[in-house]
Design a protein around this ligand. Structure first.
Ligand SMILES: Nc1nc2c(c(=O)[nH]1)N[C@H]1C(S)=C(S)[C@@H](COP(=O)(O)O)O[C@H]1N2
Ligand SMILES: [Mo]
Length: 570
């Protein structure tokens, strides 16, 4: 059965090639992570390639990813990159069996892609950032070369010794540098077998030895790469410990201006409605950081500079905390929130009033003759967000927040300091892990998301959401509680109405208003009749404007339209 035996040996050979490719990729990633750890964990190759992908993803695709995967989008991206890498390395492994140099060049090419990706990131620190990719590619290339050589030695030896009509007699039984291998596999066997050291009669032994050598090399690679990866993780973890300690040791001062107590009637006792204060753990997270930044509060600084800054300054956290702090309830909202979506939350923030700090640096708003109309906040990871200077200094509670619901900011939410401007979507105001404030103009500079087709100016739109009943819920006929939240930061909510199917709009009952910058709960007692029904909500804000029914997508400046829920009543 020559066909079967040659098929089997080709298959086994292909498995070796694939394994060599996968191990080379594994070693490359492990070495890259190890090199990245002491430099900058966020410079690991999967992270930077992921970041570069995020940077280049069109708004529509990003919107789809957020919609489809929600806050798991980063894991999906990571898995996607790893899957592509695994596939490519398997192919390179197979290629390496016949064209070792070309395959190694392929690995180096991947390193170049990683290096290019890292340099393209907005937070690229310079040449050191390419070290992980370069080191990883060199390690991967070396591993592939060695394993492919070992794999081909097995093929050569077993081809020579394999019993069967195809290889029994003839030149294969006398291997040597110039020997022709088994005809079936001849075209694939570019690598000449090592000069035979074994006597012709010892072919089976040679095959076994070669096989052992390959497995040993593969096993050693796996062990070494695993150790390198583990060490990298350990080092990266240790590097973050200074930041963790600085957060654990941070004692927040009491606010000079505490938040007024939340009115007792602001929180409805209706199960299923979003709690008035969103716990930190449940607070939505939207950012481009594939690795959460762990910034050490001890070495952190904030620089204020730019057009019209007559007294540029740099602040330490201690200096900020020594200033009179304010505490305010503010509902933060993401521009990527669909009608009815989950990307908003309400918290009690503690922070430094931003207007006063800017005045101290000599900044004046355009309405008082200031030259700069855009305040660009830049984060430690190079994200940029631009807010109108006028909004920041118009008397609203724009702040540099240090506390969230009674504790230092969680790392996820921007420790040690983030910006907040009530009434503006997060991407034009809420810079996390902030590092500098630059006064400039809208004409002179487009921040990160504006470069990617989102609007320069984006005040939060009046919106409302039905929290209960859930979409496609089943309810028994009779009284059913419909309830949810409505928000129009800076303007406040003055009315919420509910419509059943195409019926008349009816007033919902409003919970007490905390401030115009917070969301407002509402509820409606619906006398449900059997059948399928669509419930729709609309809010009216403090300016008298009724939430529009005109549907708009999230791009470029936030979704509009009305939230509906379909319910089956039995
Ligand atoms: N450094 C940095 N800050 C950022 C972002 C980011 O990607 N990087 N995303 C912004 C966006 S789009 C929003 S909606 C808010 C979300 O803040 P949260 O994650 O604390 O809810 O942070 C803003 N600040
Ligand atoms: Mo956002």
């Amino acid at each position: 059965m020559p066909g079967v035996s040659s098929f089997r040996s080709r298959l086994v050979r292909a498995v070796r090639g694939t394994l060599a490719g996968l191990l080379a990729a594994f070693a490359a990633l492990a070495v890259a992570e190890l090199v990245a750890a002491p430099v900058r964990p966020a410079a690991g190759p999967v992270t930077v390639v992921g970041g570069a992908v995020v940077d280049r993803t069109p708004a529509a695709v990003k919107d789809f990813a957020i919609r489809a995967f929600g806050e798991d989008d980063k894991d999906v991206l990571r898995l996607g990159i790893l899957a592509v890498l695994a596939l490519a390395s398997a192919v390179l492994g197979l290629l390496a069996l016949s064209h070792r140099r070309a395959a190694v060049a392929g690995v180096l090419l991947f390193g170049a892609v990683g290096a290019a990706a890292v340099l393209s990131r907005p937070d690229a620190a310079g040449a050191v950032d390419v070290l992980p990719s370069v080191a990883g590619a060199l390690a991967g290339g070396a591993v592939l070369y060695v394993l492919a050589t070992a794999a081909e030695a097995v093929s050569a030896a077993t081809t020579a010794s394999a019993p069967g009509p195809a290889s029994a007699p003839g030149p294969a039984s006398a291997p040597g540098p110039a020997s022709a291998p088994e005809p079936a596999s001849a075209p694939e066997l570019a690598a000449a077998p090592e000069p035979a050291s074994a006597p012709a009669g010892d072919q089976a032994g040679a095959g076994t030895r070669a096989r052992r050598r390959f497995l040993l090399a593969a096993g050693a690679t796996a062990v070494a790469a695993t150790s390198a990866g583990a060490l990298g993780r350990f080092l990266a973890g240790r590097r973050g410990q200074g930041a963790v300690a600085s957060r654990a040791g941070l004692v927040l001062p009491a606010p000079a201006s505490p938040a007024p107590p939340v009115p007792p009637g602001a929180e409805l006792r209706v199960p299923g409605v979003s709690p008035f204060v969103t716990p930190n753990r449940a607070f939505y997270r939207v950012d481009t950081a594939l690795v959460v930044l762990r910034v050490d509060a001890g070495t952190w600084r904030l620089r204020v500079h730019g057009t019209g800054v007559t007294r540029p300054r740099t602040y330490s956290l201690g200096q900020l905390l020594a200033r009179p702090l304010v505490e305010r309830d503010i509902t933060l909202t993401c521009v990527s929130n669909e009608v009815g979506g989950p990307y908003l939350g309400n918290a009690r923030w503690l922070g430094v009033p931003l207007a006063g700090l800017l005045e101290e640096c000599g900044v004046r708003p355009p309405s008082r003759g200031g030259a700069a109309d855009q305040l660009v906040a830049r984060s430690v990871d190079g994200m940029t967000l631009g807010s109108p200077v006028e909004d920041v200094m118009d008397g609203r509670d724009a702040m540099l927040a240090v506390g969230m619901n009674g504790e230092p900011l969680p790392f996820d939410h921007g420790f040690p300091v983030r910006m907040l401007v009530p009434g503006l979507y997060g991407y034009v105001s809420a810079c996390k892990w902030i590092e500098s404030l630059e006064l400039t103009t809208f004409d002179a500079y487009d921040p990160y998301w504006v470069k990617r087709k989102w609007a320069r100016r984006a005040p939060i739109k009046t919106q409302s959401r039905i929290d209960i009943p859930k979409p496609f819920a089943r309810a028994a006929a009779g009284p059913v509680t419909v309830a949810g939240v409505a928000w129009a930061q800076r303007r406040g909510i003055t009315r919420v109405e509910i419509r059943v199917d195409d019926g008349p709009w009816r007033d919902a009952e409003l919970a007490a208003q905390d401030t115009v910058d917070t969301w407002r709960q509402w509820s409606y007692r619906w006398n449900a009749t059997p059948g399928g029904h669509t419930l729709t909500v609309r809010a009216t804000d403090g300016t008298g404007e009724v939430q529009t029914e005109r549907r708009a997508p999230t791009v470029p400046d936030g979704a509009s339209g009305r939230h509906s829920v379909f319910v089956t009543v039995t």
